[in-house]
Design a protein around this ligand. Sequence first.
Ligand SMILES: Cc1cc2nc3c(=O)[nH]c(=O)nc-3n(C[C@H](O)[C@H](O)[C@H](O)COP(=O)(O)OP(=O)(O)OC[C@H]3O[C@@H](n4cnc5c(N)ncnc54)[C@H](O)[C@@H]3O)c2cc1C
Length: 283
Amino acid sequence: MYDCVIIGAGAAGVSAALTLKARGKNFILLGNPALSAKIGAAEKVTNYPGLPSAEGSGLKQAFLSSLSASGISVTSAQVTGVYDMGGYFGVLCGENSFESKTVILATGVEAVKPVKGELEFLGRGVSYCATCDGLLYKGKKIVVVCTSKELEEEAEYLASLASQMVFAPIYKGAKHLSGNVRVINKMPAEIRGGARVQEVAFGGETIPCDGVFMLKSALAPSALVPGLKTEGGHVVVDRQCRTNLNGLFAAGDCTGRPYQYAKAVGEGNVAAHSVCDYLVENK
Ligand SMILES: Cc1cc2nc3c(=O)[nH]c(=O)nc-3n(C[C@H](O)[C@H](O)[C@H](O)COP(=O)(O)OP(=O)(O)OC[C@H]3O[C@@H](n4cnc5c(N)ncnc54)[C@H](O)[C@@H]3O)c2cc1C
């Protein structure tokens, strides 16, 4: 059982990890080992202290160096659910799961709004996780919407299973996927069906399908954690980064604006300190 599972290796998650390490806690940092694509995205960062006129890529390298200097590695995982087990948490990542006394959500925000019909058909043909649900669609027709290059590996896995796949990457420079794959470079307008998904409308064209995968960097926090209080899509936290669920903390963009490195780093630090206090209080 971990003291803490940190979900998301962005500015907030990295900061929380550095503090938990300094405090000698037993934790795991889940996310992308190459860190959040957003950390490296800025052309020029002028508002982060200590690194005048850094480029996003330079900031990312500095974050990676901090992790490596502290002996912290990121465990590659996409978390699909966090469950309050009454006194501890179960963190689900496809086929793997972790148990932890506390959790820090540092998942950032997904700029892409849900497609019409996406939430309605969630679990009835719409999935967010290739590893969890991919095999259900072996030999079937699927549509895969991908919001970030870092998720292409999941799309590739789905292409290897499906009999026919429409791949809709909504970023530039998508890689060519092998298999029976047709590319449509746009977001679907609507997912439709009856008891289950039957088709996806892309503007003028309708694609009949058995399932739809929406591969996103960040799921809505309320979809990730049942019972979590959110407002306007953001996790509601107090000054100690505590959520409405005991032992569950949140930090960074996922708690609301401003979406900035410094705020994310600051909240990651606060959340880690709150975890330490919680562990003492709940020995
Ligand atoms: C183009 C661009 C330029 C920017 N310029 C600036 C700037 O100049 N100054 C500034 O202060 N800010 C800037 N920002 C904002 C800054 O990048 C963000 O505020 C910051 O990265 C937020 O950190 P975070 O850790 O909260 O979230 P993120 O950096 O988004 O990290 C969250 C990570 O969690 C991962 N994750 C999400 N869900 C899961 C899950 N279920 N399982 C596992 N991992 C998950 C995501 O994939 C992501 O890697 C810029 C952003 C962009 C996009």
